[in-house]
Write a protein that binds this ligand. Structure first.
Ligand SMILES: [Zn+2]
Length: 306
C-alpha cells in the first residue's frame, strides 16, 4: 500500500513529466521523484528529449549518494532495454533503491519490463498508483501505441466571416505549438512545432501524402510524431475529420460583440458534428472551446460531406 508521501510524490512526478510534452517524442514524457526512507524528496527529474537521460537517471543524478535506500516514485514503468541510454531499472538497482512505486505499466514490456527485473533484484515494487492521473500526461503516448497514429488537435478561428486559421502570432497559437510535436500548416507542409525542440534529426519529418487523413496520420506516426497540430483552415483539416482521426478541436471565438450577425459561411455554429464541449476558458484574445468526440455510445456518424 502506497503511503501518503508516495502518493503526494507521484503527483509531483506527474507534474514534472508534463515538462517533456512536445519534446520527448517518440519517447513518452515521464517524471520521477526519489524519497528518502522518512519521505523527504532527495532528487527528481523528467525525460526531456529522446537520446538524453531518462527521468530516473535525472533523479538519481540529482540525489547522488542519497539515492541509496530511497524509494523511486515514477510515472511509467522503468525501462529494461539498452537503447541510447542504459536501462533505468539497472541504474535504480545500482544506486541502491529499496522500493519503487510505479503508476503506469509500459504496455510494450509484456511483463518482462523493468518491474519484473527490479523484483528479481529484490526491490519492493508497487504498481498502479494514480494511474488515471498519470495518464493525463501519458495518455497521448499510450493512445499512439494503440492507434499507431498521433493524437491530432485542430484549432480554428470562428468569426462572422466563417472558419479560418488561428493567427500564428497569437499567444494561444504559441501555447498549442508548445504542446505539439509537429504542425501541419495551411499549405499542407509539415514542420516541427517548435524548431529544434526534439534535438537534431529525432523527428523524421516529411510532408504527408495529401487527401487521406488516416494514411497521413499513420505516415506521421512512423516519422516519430505523437502530437500533431493541424494549424490550418478547414480545407487541410477536412480529410482528418472525415477519417475520424481528430481527437481535439479548439474553437477560438473572439470575444466582444464583433460577431453581430450569424457566421453564414461556417459549416457548423461551433463544433464539428460528433464533438462535445469538454472545456472552455477565456484567454488573451478568445473564448477557447475544447471539443472531443462524444462517447462511442452516443457518437453519430462522423462523415462531414463537405
Ligand atoms: Zn529509462
Amino acid at each position: 500500500m502506497a503511503s501518503f508521501a508516495e502518493a503526494a510524490a507521484m503527483r509531483r512526478a506527474i507534474a514534472l513529466s508534463a515538462a517533456g510534452i512536445g519534446t520527448t517524442s517518440p519517447n513518452p514524457p515521464v517524471g520521477c521523484v526519489l524519497l528518502s526512507p522518512v519521505g523527504r524528496i532527495v532528487g527528481e527529474g523528467y525525460h526531456e528529449r529522446k537520446g538524453e537521460a531518462h527521468a530516473e537517471a535525472q533523479a538519481l543524478a540529482a540525489a547522488g549518494p542519497l539515492a541509496a535506500g530511497a524509494t523511486a516514485v515514477v510515472t511509467l514503468e522503468p525501462c529494461n532495454h539498452q537503447g541510447r541510454t542504459p536501462p533505468c531499472r539497472q541504474a535504480l538497482i545500482d544506486a541502491g533503491i529499496r522500493r519503487a512505486v510505479v503508476a503506469v505499466i509500459d504496455p510494450t514490456s509484456r511483463g518482462e519490463g523493468g518491474v519484473a527485473e527490479l523484483r528479481r533484484a529484490g526491490v519492493d515494487v508497487e504498481t498502479g498508483l494514480l494511474v488515471g492521473e498519470a495518464e493525463i500526461v501519458l495518455g497521448d503516448w499510450l493512445a499512439g501505441l494503440r492507434n499507431r497514429r498521433p493524437v491530432i488537435t485542430w484549432p480554428y478561428l470562428i468569426t462572422c466571416h466563417g472558419f479560418g486559421q488561428l493567427p500564428p502570432d497569437t499567444s494561444e497559437a504559441r501555447q498549442l505549438r508548445l504542446n505539439a510535436d509537429a504542425v501541419l500548416g495551411a499549405d499542407g507542409t509539415i514542420r516541427e512545432a517548435v524548431p529544434g525542440s526534439h534535438g537534431k534529426g529525432i523527428l523524421a519529418l516529411q510532408d504527408p501524402p495529401p487527401g487521406d487523413g488516416a494514411a497521413a496520420a499513420a505516415f506521421l506516426y512512423n516519422g516519430g510524431v505523437r502530437r500533431l497540430l493541424l494549424h490550418s483552415g478547414l480545407d487541410v483539416a477536412a480529410p482528418f475529420l472525415d477519417a475520424g482521426v481528430v481527437d481535439h478541436v479548439v474553437a477560438c471565438l473572439p470575444y466582444g460583440n464583433a460577431s453581430s450577425r450569424p457566421a453564414a459561411e461556417a459549416p457548423w455554429p461551433l463544433l464539428p458534428p460528433g464533438f462535445a464541449i469538454t472545456a472552455t476558458v477565456r484567454t488573451e484574445n478568445f473564448i477557447l472551446v475544447d471539443g472531443q468526440p462524444e462517447a462511442l455510445s452516443s457518437r453519430p456518424a462522423r462523415s462531414l460531406h463537405l
